[in-house]
Ligand binder design. Structure first.
Ligand code: F6R
Length: 240
C-alpha cells in the first residue's frame, strides 16, 4: 500500500482530488466509486473549485456511491443521495442519471445485489474513494463481515451509530441499518484511495498497516489489493 502523509485535511483533499482528476482527464468513460461522511468533503470542495476554474467536463463520468441508510429516500436531508447532490453533483456538470447511490428503500439482499450487476454493466469501478470507520469499517462493512460480501443490507454497530450521531439532531434518529457495497464489491475496483483524518482514526490506520487481513478489522482486506493509496494526516498516522 502506498502511504501519503499530509499536513491537513485540505491538503489531503487536493492530493486525492488530483488523482481523481487525472483519471477523469485520461479516461473516456471513467467510473468512480464515491464515499460520504466528513472525510471526502475536502476532496469534493477541491474538485468543485478545479472543475469550475478549469471547465472540467464530467459529462462522461459515472459514479457509484458506497452506501445509503435504510429507510431514507433521496429527498431526505440526511440521506447519502442528498449529501452527494449537495456536496458535489449540484456543482459540476455531471449528468445525474449517471450517478448511482444504493436505494435506501431496498427490501431484500437479492434486490441489493443488483447494484453489483449495475456496476459490472458499466465496466466496473476504475477508482474507489474510501473513508474508514473508527472500528475499521469500509463502506458500512462492520467487523465480522465476510470478505466475500457483495452489496447487501447490513446492521450498523453501536460504535458507528454513535460516530454518525453528529450528523443527526438526535442519536435515536440514526438509522440502524444501511445498504452497503460489500467487501468483494469494493475490492473489485481497479484502484482504491482511502482517506483518514484525525486522532480518532489512528487505531484503524495502525491496524490497516500492521495486521494481516482479519475479519475483526474489515479495512485489512485492502492488503490483498494491488493498487491502494492511503492518504492520512499526521494525527491519523500517529500510531504508525
Ligand atoms: C461513507 C462510508 C463510511 C465512512 C466512514 C467514515 O460512505 O462508507 O465508511 O467513510 O464511516 O466516516 P467519516 O468520514 O464521517 O469519519
Amino acid at each position: 500500500m502506498n502511504k501519503i502523509i499530509v499536513k491537513s485535511e485540505e491538503e489531503g483533499g487536493i492530493v486525492a482530488g488530483d488523482i481523481l482528476l487525472d483519471l477523469i482527464k485520461s479516461t473516456s468513460k471513467p467510473v468512480l466509486g464515491l464515499a460520504t461522511g466528513s472525510t471526502p468533503i475536502s476532496t469534493y470542495k477541491y474538485l468543485i473549485k478545479k472543475s469550475n476554474d478549469e471547465s472540467i467536463d464530467w459529462s462522461n463520468v459515472t459514479t457509484f456511491n458506497l452506501d445509503e441508510y435504510i429507510g431514507l429516500g433521496p429527498e431526505h436531508k440526511k440521506s447519502y443521495r442528498y449529501f452527494m447532490n449537495e456536496e458535489l453533483f449540484n456543482h459540476i456538470n455531471i449528468n445525474k442519471d449517471n450517478t448511482f447511490v444504493p436505494d435506501g428503500h431496498t427490501k431484500t439482499n437479492e434486490e441489493a445485489s443488483k447494484y453489483d450487476d449495475l456496476i459490472s454493466s458499466k465496466g466496473g469501478i476504475d477508482l474507489q474513494v474510501l473513508g474508514i470507520g473508527t472500528n475499521g469499517h469500509i463502506g458500512f462493512n462492520e467487523p465480522g463481515t465476510s470478505f466475500d460480501s457483495v452489496t447487501s443490507i447490513v446492521d450498523l454497530t453501536s460504535e458507528t451509530i454513535e460516530a454518525n450521531a453528529r450528523f443527526f439532531d438526535n442519536k435515536n434518529d440514526v438509522p440502524k441499518k444501511a445498504i452497503s457495497m460489500g467487501l468483494k464489491s469494493i475490492m473489485n475496483a481497479r484502484k482504491i484511495v482511502l482517506l483518514a483524518f484525525g486522532k480518532q482514526k489512528a487505531e484503524a490506520i495502525k491496524n490497516l498497516f500492521n495486521l494481516k487481513p482479519s475479519l475483526d478489522w474489515p479495512c485489512t482486506i485492502l492488503n490483498n489489493h494491488n493498487d491502494v493509496t492511503v492518504i492520512v494526516d499526521e494525527d491519523a498516522a500517529s500510531l504508525l
